[in-house]
Ligand binder design. Structure first.
Ligand code: ZN
Ligand code: ZN
Length: 275
């Protein structure tokens, strides 16, 4: 109990520091307009915080999944580099290669999450009407299976030990908080090198021209390569969220995909009976 409380306190401090940094940066770049805190934002932040706590609790499930997924990769006989292939390669090059492969796999999985059957799980992440840094925490726990699969694919294919690339998750986490923040930055001449808050805000934009665009998490080059890149400039005032979003509370968000999948099954059964 004490360990859990200490962890919770540490996380609260970490998030408070992030909130202060992003608010200050937003104020410096957009002035007083960046300091408005609508009621929806407070409700969104609370929901996201509770979802984050639930995700921490089911982290055990995530760890349990890693070993069977890695065994499945070997059983399928999928290609894999020998660990010795990386002998003498500088750590920075290994890290960059791991990030590229991880982001490549996540790009395609993210595209699949935007298709009809998987969408209910991912819709939870997109349902936040007030996109802010903590919106990144709004991810349904079933999506953790997907992320675990991408990590296993990256480590297995490249011959890395999982611990070697797990450290990158910390840096990636910080970057994800940043790209969900209310900053309207596009990284200027580096806009195609590293995903920016503006790039990702367009991914969350609830406007038809931006639907199913900007799937990359780290490297926008994948969207350039596969024809899903979109950025028409400032995105800070563009509406975010989705039509028909589940209510902005923890329980509704957690149950939402299961309700949707049950409705899909019912509709399918009814369709088969009618045929
Ligand atoms: Zn998405
Ligand atoms: Zn997002």
């Amino acid at each position: 109990m004490q360990v859990w409380l200490a962890g919770l306190a540490g996380q609260a401090v970490y998030l408070a520091v992030l909130a202060a940094v992003f608010t200050l940066l937003a104020f410096l770049s957009r002035g007083r307009a960046a300091l408005t805190w609508p009621k929806t934002l407070r409700q969104s932040a609370l929901t996201n915080f509770l979802i984050l706590q639930f995700a921490s609790l089911n982290g055990v499930l995530y760890l349990v999944l890693i070993a069977p997924l890695a065994a499945g990769y070997v059983w399928l006989g999928l290609p894999a580099l020998e660990a010795s292939a990386w002998d003498g390669v500088p750590l920075a090059v290994k890290a960059l290669a791991a990030l590229l492969v991880y982001d490549f796999s996540l790009y395609w999985v993210h595209r699949m999450l935007h298709t009809s059957v998987l969408w209910p799980a991912h819709a939870v992440h997109h349902s936040d009407p007030e996109l802010h840094f903590l919106s990144w925490s709004r991810g349904h726990f079933t999506e953790q299976f997907v992320i675990a699969a991408c990590l296993v694919f990256t480590s297995s294919w490249m011959g890395f030990r999982l611990e070697e690339i797990a450290g990158l998750a910390l840096i990636k986490g910080l970057h994800q908080y940043y790209v969900h923040s209310k900053l309207d930055w596009d990284h200027g001449i580096f806009r195609d090198v590293l995903v920016s808050p503006q790039f990702h805000r367009w991914h969350h934009a609830n406007v038809p021209e931006a639907y199913d665009k900007n799937f990359a998490s780290i490297f926008p080059v994948f969207d350039r390569m596969f024809g899903t890149y979109y950025n028409s400039g400032s995105a800070i005032d563009v509406p975010t969220g989705i039509a028909d979003a589940p209510a902005n509370d923890f329980l509704t968000q957690t149950l939402y995909p299961f309700r949707k999948w049950a409705a899909m099954l019912q509709a399918r059964k009814a369709g088969l009976r009618a045929a």
